[in-house]
Design a protein around this ligand. Structure first.
Ligand SMILES: Cc1ncc(COP(=O)(O)O)c(C=O)c1O
Length: 424
């Protein structure tokens, strides 16, 4: 039990002392009064955060959008949990597994700004969204609204229930560089009919980094009696917000993206009054209370060491500070996009308004296929990215997702690479 107690010691000390513990009090004293927006460009400060990660020297990792590596203190805690759970085996599962997971959920709920009774820990956004979409008692002719820019597999959940129950999906197309929030909200509003029951919206579009005005979309949908499911896979612990402020009835996110948790961690938020209306996917013979969100959370025996590590990732995230992290991530994106936007043949597939994007941006070059661009970036410039080739929605380029361990000098390499490839 000692190692499991250590987890709590680590948490207590790191949460209380914040950055002082991460950086050492002497270093922290230099930065303590610097506002987040000024600290965003302070490379010496962020170098101390970078030092908390083990990075491969072979390439510059600009693909944290898929999976963001754990910081070393989080990884060490995770490995310790793997060893400890293995050592205690079924003793652990039959004694403190459930209260430990509940404690992790409480910490997550504090970060999300919601009640623990409205949150459960899942494996990922996929599971969370599938739980909601499959939890509806769809009738033939019922309608749901999504966008072409949503993540393909999440749209597939809706196609599946359309095939199975005869419900109907209506796809909108989000304007790529809106001038106002209403440019986006009105697109969703036009797709709603008297048969619409559910609207899914991405908080951050994964291929472009576009941050959508989810609160305004939710208010508009609610005024028409439509429920709102927010796909927050890319928003949680990336931009700073509280889930209830989004207006979502249901909110799904992955913790292995921007929070830096081990692979296979996610959340599902269901607003309290919406819990009784959802059918669970898996049965649970103990569950008699239809208003208990845990009815949605029975998945059988699973890798509990991931649950145990969530609190460590949150401690690391909180130690940096959500505002500081968002300001740094937006700084990194605008640092490189401002240097290449407007260059001949360079196409930015991300909104120009800095408030409508944060870390993620997408860049293409006229005449260069996305796969070739990604390959040249890796082979010639040692930059790891992800090619996005979606001509149907007008996005052809590479997605660039820097995390807090990326420095402006890494992005100078990217800027040089894009400039040279566009000139060639
Ligand atoms: C917008 C969006 N939704 C859902 C997912 C699925 O996330 P996961 O694979 O963690 O379930 C992703 C993954 O990148 C995503 O970008």
């Amino acid at each position: 039990m000692a190692a499991l107690m250590n987890k709590r010691d680590f948490l207590r000390t790191s949460t209380a002392a914040g950055l002082g513990l991460l950086l050492g009090d002497r270093v922290w004293a230099k930065f303590t009064d610097v506002p987040a927006d000024q600290l965003a460009g302070h490379e010496a400060f962020w170098a101390t955060i970078r030092a908390k990660y083990r990075l491969k020297p072979d390439y510059i990792n600009l693909e944290s959008g898929y999976y963001s590596m754990q910081a070393t203190p989080v990884l060490e805690a995770f490995v310790e949990k793997v060893r400890e759970v293995n050592l205690q085996a079924s003793y652990y599962l039959r004694t403190t597994q459930v209260p430990d997971k509940a404690a992790a959920r409480d910490t997550l709920a504090a970060l999300a700004g919601c009640s623990p009774a409205e949150l459960c820990i899942t494996r990922n956004t996929t599971e969370s969204i599938a739980t909601v979409v499959n939890g509806y008692d769809w009738k033939p002719g019922d309608e749901a609204v999504q966008a072409e820019q949503d993540y393909g597999h999440m749209l597939a959940h809706f196609r599946l229930v359309a095939r199975r129950y005869g419900m109907v999906n209506r796809l909108v197309s989000v304007p790529p560089d809106p001038r106002t929030d209403d440019d986006v909200v009105s697109v969703y509003a036009k797709a709603i009919t008297p048969r619409t029951r559910l609207l899914m919206v991405s908080h951050v579009i994964n291929i472009t980094g576009h941050i959508l005005p989810v609160r305004k979309i939710a208010d508009m949908a609610h005024a028409r009696g439509v429920d709102v499911l927010v796909d927050g896979a890319h928003a949680f612990a990336h931009v700073d917000y509280r889930i209830p402020d989004t207006g979502a009835d249901y909110y799904a996110a992955s913790l292995h993206k921007w929070l830096g948790c081990p692979l296979g961690t996610g959340i599902l938020y269901v607003r309290k009054d919406k819990i009784p209306g959802l059918w669970p996917i898996y049965g649970d013979w103990r569950m008699t209370d239809d208003a208990d969100i845990m009815k949605l959370n029975h998945t059988g025996t699973h890798p509990v060491h991931t649950d145990l590590t969530i609190e460590h990732a949150i401690a690391f995230h909180n130690a940096i500070g959500a505002q500081r992290k968002e300001a740094r991530l937006r700084y990194l994106q605008t640092y490189w996009t401002s240097k290449v936007r407007g260059l001949p043949k360079v196409i930015l597939n991300t909104p120009s308004d800095p408030a409508r994007a944060c870390a993620i941006a997408n860049v293409g070059i006229t005449g260069v296929a996305p796969d070739d661009l990604a390959k040249t970036l890796l082979d010639k410039y040692k930059i790891w990215t992800n090619a996005i080739d979606s001509p149907a929605i007008g996005v052809q380029g590479v997605r660039i997702t820097p995390h807090v361990f990326i420095q402006s000098t890494d992005l100078d390499v990217l800027v040089r690479a894009i400039s040279e490839i566009a000139r060639a």
